[in-house]
Design a protein around this ligand. Structure first.
Ligand code: ADP
Ligand code: MG
Length: 247
């Protein structure tokens, strides 16, 4: 089981209010996309879930257990994959398990196979492309003993085609294992294509101002992005983000 519950969380840096009484829930096995403009506090939310920052007020729960200000309750994949350059790919993906006691090498190898990285298990990070390093970082989060996964704009540095490949790869892996995921992005199409539910963070309100269910069944196919229904979802979110009443 793995759920997230953020209750009335506020955060200020200096005298600048970043979040104001934010509520946000992710249910068991749900893939939620958090959309918001750059600088609206998305990474700050992750840093608080991860316990790097403590909120000024409010509480955070994983699996109904309060973890406010505590580290180590989630598997976190940052914006740029932080692989250790001196460790091989296999040793990098085993790292989070090593820290927690019992590395499962067989499972790691199976996941690397699934990620198309098996030929690189003994290579070092600098020998891989950007997309491959992202896959390594993602495999590492899937292998970590914490089952709630937070992904912070994992594909934003990739070119459009690599991004599409990565989204499809992520979907195929996610659909097999169905971990609970909170996925941060500023890309509306990416949010619709990947998630079950989209929540929009309002820059002025500093909390969630809109949420909508994504109507597409799984497994998802790229062709849904060309449908009227996809465009309708996109328009609706665009209006909320841009604060306009019609497009
Ligand atoms: P996002 O991820 O949505 O782009 P961030 O959460 O990174 O936004 O940042 C939100 C705001 O908080 C920004 O104005 C940023 O400058 C500020 N901020 C983030 N971290 C810190 C910090 N450690 N100290 C001071 N200000 C910060
Ligand atoms: Mg960010």
């Amino acid at each position: 089981m793995s759920t997230l519950d953020i209750k009335q969380v506020s955060k200020q840096f200096g005298d600048k209010q970043i979040l104001n009484k934010l509520d946000l829930e992710v249910h068991e096995g749900e893939f939620v996309a958090l959309l918001g403009p750059s600088g609206s506090g998305k990474s700050t939310i992750f840093h608080m879930i991860g316990g790097l920052f403590t909120p000024d007020e409010g509480s955070i729960y994983i699996d109904n257990k309060e973890i406010t200000g505590k580290r180590g309750s989630i598997s976190y994949m940052p914006q740029t994959p932080s692989l250790f350059p001196w460790r091989t790919i296999l040793d990098n993906v085993l790292l989070s398990q090593e820290i927690n006691g019992k590395p499962d090498k067989q499972k790691a190898i199976k996941m690397l196979e699934r990620a198309g990285l098996i030929d690189y298990q003994h290579a070092f990070p600098h020998q891989l492309s950007g997309g491959m390093r992202q896959r390594v970082a993602f495999v590492r989060s899937l292998l970590s003993p914490q089952s709630f996964i937070c992904l912070d704009e994992p594909f934003s540095a990739l070119d459009e085609l690599t991004r599409l490949d990565m989204q499809n790869w992520l979907l195929s892996i996610w659909e097999e294992e169905r971990p609970s995921v909170l996925f941060v992005t500023h890309n509306i199409e990416e949010a619709i294509y990947l998630s079950d539910r989209i929540v929009v963070l309002g820059e002025q309100e500093k909390r969630i101002i809109h949420e909508q269910e994504v109507p597409f069944k799984r497994p998802r196919k790229e062709s849904i992005t060309l449908t009227e229904e996809f465009l309708a979802s996109k328009k609706n979110i665009y209006k909320k983000l841009r604060r306009i009443s019609h497009v």
